[in-house]
Design a protein. Structure first.
Length: 358
């Protein structure tokens, strides 16, 4: 079986942690918890390390089985499919949210016009091809572009210091507002759930666990830095700026004789967005095949494309409706997908079941 290495797995974690957190999220979180959104983010990140622990423990005990085989042996065939179907729905809307946020950024700051059909024609074939090629090919591509993405993010953070910034005002939001903010934006997280659906395609040894954690902690630190510097730059007007990473370069787009620097943020965001879409669609297709085990991954891709087009015309064309859906309704679903399902999976670790043969 073609598998990905610990390094490639860590890079996938790095990419998913950045998903839906470096453009719109800092702005809308500021509306409820002001600069204390940094502490809200830290708390959610710390809580979600439980999910990563569940995955690593599951991988250690079942190094070769897929999620369906593990759950089927522990809780039965039909209940296991129900849990995986929850992941399927999560990844579908995660893909849609990621696409819609990046699309609106490109529409407002790059194309400055509607280009929805062109964007779909450009992105869907590329993402579909990546899914057909498989996780190993995707992992090698991510590994190739990792340092370019990292350089782009660090560059945006560094250039922000050439503009006027000051220490954000913390401890202004009450505890209730912070908890409300955390719950409202819970769907933007669930960063480690993709690992469960291709657990059998990851090659890990005991010494690799620290490497996985190092990528996760590094991504978390960078996201928290983006939030902190963004609030330090804009203070009380943070809610007005909807593209955090790109907005760090505002007022510094002309730098000596180099010219415009916002192209760095644009390329970084576009590359991140494309890779994140590939990861989430692949996770959707893997979940689909486990739920509907009589169908191949090509059917999963076809179903995804149809669902994406249908939901695109209903939601993505109405950006405010999409954000309302994720912050008001999918937050409740996130409790199920991000925590309840991983807790059920964790319980399987403590059940004395005989391991499946490869």
């Amino acid at each position: 079986m073609k598998t990905i290495s610990a390094r490639q797995t860590g890079i996938i974690i790095f990419l998913t942690i950045f998903a839906n957190k470096i453009l719109l999220l800092p702005s809308i979180m500021y509306q409820k918890s002001q600069a204390d959104a940094v502490f809200v983010m830290f708390g959610i990140f710390a809580l979600e390390l439980f999910i990563l622990w569940v995955f690593l423990s599951l991988k250690k005990r079942y190094p070769y089985q897929n999620l369906q085989q593990i759950l089927k042996k522990s809780i039965g065939k039909y209940l296991s499919k129900v849990l995986i179907f929850v992941f399927l729905i999560f990844f579908l809307f995660k893909t849609i949210l990621t696409y819609s946020v990046v699309y609106v950024y490109l529409k407002d700051l790059v194309y400055q016009d509607e280009f929805g059909f062109l964007a779909l024609v450009c992105f869907l074939p590329v993402v579909n091809h990546a899914v057909v090629c498989g996780l190993r090919a995707m992992g090698r591509t991510f590994e190739l572009f990792y340092y370019l993405i990292l350089a782009g993010v660090i560059f945006c953070l560094a250039i922000a210091f050439f503009t006027e910034i000051s220490i954000p005002v913390f401890f202004t939001a009450n505890v209730g507002a912070m908890f409300n903010s955390a719950f409202t934006h819970l769907f933007s997280f669930g960063d480690y759930l993709v690992l469960f659906v291709f657990i059998d395609k990851i090659s890990l040894e005991k010494k690799d666990y620290k490497k996985i954690l190092s990528f996760a902690f590094f991504a978390i630190i960078l996201v928290l830095m983006i939030f902190s510097i963004f609030y330090a730059k804009y203070q009380i007007t943070s809610f007005m700026h909807n593209n955090a990473l790109a907005d760090l370069l505002v007022f510094s787009v002309q730098f000596n004789a180099i010219g415009r620097l916002d192209i760095v943020a644009m390329l970084t965001i576009m590359t991140l967005g494309l890779f994140q879409l590939e990861i989430f669609q692949y996770a959707f297709c893997e979940s689909f095949v486990m739920v509907f085990d009589k169908l191949s991954i090509k059917y999963a891709i076809a179903v995804f494309d149809i669902l994406f087009f249908v939901i695109y015309f209903i939601l993505i064309g109405k950006y405010e409706l999409m954000i309302q859906l994720t912050t008001q309704y999918l937050s409740y679903f996130s409790l199920l997908s991000n925590f309840i399902v991983p807790i059920i999976i964790a319980c399987c670790l403590f059940k004395k079941k005989k391991e499946l043969k490869e």
